[in-house]
Design a protein around this ligand. Structure first.
Ligand SMILES: [Zn+2]
Length: 73
């Protein structure tokens, strides 16, 4: 049984709309894949940024602690 042919809303290519196709029904698998990979990349970058920020905060706290300790002694 053939799958219904759809025209991709992004690249205007015809594609078979399979029931298990991920992403939007009006996008071909190529455009769906490109769209689906973006949030993952973005999430990974956010995690790296949070990690860098956390390390920066830790370094800042350590610097303040060293400063206070030096003042006390
Ligand atoms: Zn497409």
């Amino acid at each position: 049984m053939p799958f219904p042919l759809k025209v991709c809303a992004i690249c205007s290519e015809e594609f078979e709309l399979k029931p298990d196709k991920p992403g939007f029904a009006n996008r071909c698998p190529e455009c769906s894949a490109g769209e689906a990979s973006d949030p993952v990349t973005r999430r990974r970058m956010d995690a790296d940024e949070r990690k860098n920020e956390s390390e920066a905060n830790q370094a800042r706290r350590q610097a303040v602690r060293d400063l206070l300790y030096r003042k006390d002694s």
